[in-house]
Design a protein around this ligand. Structure first.
Ligand code: NAD
Length: 371
């Protein structure tokens, strides 16, 4: 059973879907692993690393895709003037990040093929699936990298320093949205010595924020910010007004603001307006991790840094790819665990469609019984 790993072709995508350390386990499950030559190089994994772990290297795309049963990619297959990755797919099971609502034309091209597609971003957020959850593994690293990048852009040090030439005050960091990325951002900013505050509409996050040594900024309200599934919901107008007043006052004291607030299936809520930014310190930084989904700040532009009244607003693109060695390894482990979930006595025969993880992620099911 052939499992293949093509090289990613999207600009700035330096991750790879399967890393060499996962190959022995895949072989044990019954897969023959074929990797496109140099597929792992931008994540620091050489062809030799793959070969040593039992994978075969393909230099020709047609050889790589021939008789492939499982295709593992980070980015959905691309149709560009130079490349058409969709036409390579024949009677195979594609495991990738799909985002069908956002990339409608690519999704309809895939729907016409005799293939199955598993959208890894649709993995249910339940305990059993935690080890397969690519959103969490990648968001965690993005939260870390957001703080590192913001710190390197900032013209002040993070920790308190008592020196013979005087005292350096610690940086003040506010994290808005204490989900997976936000909690890692809090932990990273704390490690660097900043004084950290955080805010979230879900009251359950208060304890998590405080356990990381940060201060929880709370809105006085009886309104619950949580759905029965544990996700954030859109808040009432009166809550939003109270939140805006509280955030406006808090922002005046901050040096760096990391925003990560998302509501599943919706545009990111605007939490920082131009008016609030008027009161912010000169040279402060807003690092908007929600930029891909519209941003939490009124002036955010995805993949750009905007300066508004001496505040720099960064809208980063694909932060996980800037730590590609670790993000690839975690993505690969997530995929490995997902395949393992369909194994019987340690061997993979086909995807187990009676399992909810397989059912929920399978967004195109044109070859139900495999080949
Ligand atoms: P997310 O990326 O959807 O959102 C980020 C954060 O933004 C969330 O904490 C959310 O509450 C917050 N937010 C939304 N609107 C806001 C607003 N107006 N103001 C302030 N904050 C706002 O979240 P996520 O990181 O994917 O995690 C969401 C939940 O899912 C968490 O409870 C997390 O523990 C849970 N989770 C469970 C699993 C699992 O069991 N497999 C895996 C990952 C996450």
């Amino acid at each position: 059973m052939k499992l293949i790993v093509p090289k990613e072709i999207v600009d700035g995508e330096s991750r790879v879907g399967i890393t060499p350390d996962s190959v022995p386990a895949l072989k044990k499950m019954g897969f023959d692993v074929f990797v496109e030559s140099k597929a792992g190089l931008s994540a620091s994994f050489t062809d030799d690393d793959y070969k040593k772990n039992g994978a075969k290297i393909s230099s020709k795309i047609s050889d790589l895709y021939k008789n492939a049963f499982v295709v593992v990619k980070i980015q959905r297959p691309q149709i560009t003037k130079k490349n058409n990755e969709v036409k390579n797919l024949k009677k195979c099971n594609l495991l990738t990040l799909v985002y069908e609502q956002k990339f409608k034309s690519e999704f309809s091209a895939l729907k016409k093929l005799d293939i199955n597609v598993f959208a890894l971003e649709k993995m249910p957020r339940i305990s059993r699936a935690q080890s397969m959850d690519v959103l969490s593994s990648q968001s965690n690293l993005s939260g870390y990298k957001a703080v590192i990048d913001a710190a390197s852009k900032f013209n002040k040090a993070f920790p308190l320093m008592m020196t013979s030439a005087g005292t350096v005050a610690p940086a003040k960091v506010l994290v808005i949205g204490a989900g997976v990325a936000g909690l890692q951002a809090i932990a990273t900013a704390k490690r660097l010595g900043a004084v950290v505050s955080a805010f979230d509409v879900r009251s359950a996050t208060k304890e998590q924020v405080e356990s990381l040594g940060a201060k929880f900024v709370s809105v006085e309200s009886n309104e619950s910010g949580e759905t029965s599934g544990g996700y954030a919901k859109e808040m009432s107008k009166s809550y939003k007004n109270k939140q805006a007043k509280l955030l406006g006052d808090t922002l005046k004291k901050m040096d760096i603001v990391i925003t990560t607030a998302l509501i599943p299936g919706k545009k990111a809520p605007i939490l920082i307006t131009k008016k609030m930014m008027d009161g912010m310190k000169v040279g402060s930084i807003i690092f908007d991790l929600a930029s891909e989904f519209g941003g939490n700040c009124e002036v955010t532009k995805h993949n750009e840094t905007v300066e508004y009244k001496s505040v720099n607003v960064v809208g980063p693109q694909n932060l996980a790819a800037t730590v590609s060695q670790d993000s690839s390894r975690l993505f690969s482990k997530n995929v490995l665990n997902f395949l393992m979930n369909s194994c019987e006595s340690g061997r993979f025969k086909n995807f187990n469609f009676s399992d909810e993880l397989v059912k929920d992620t399978c967004v195109i099911n044109n070859i139900k019984r495999g080949k």
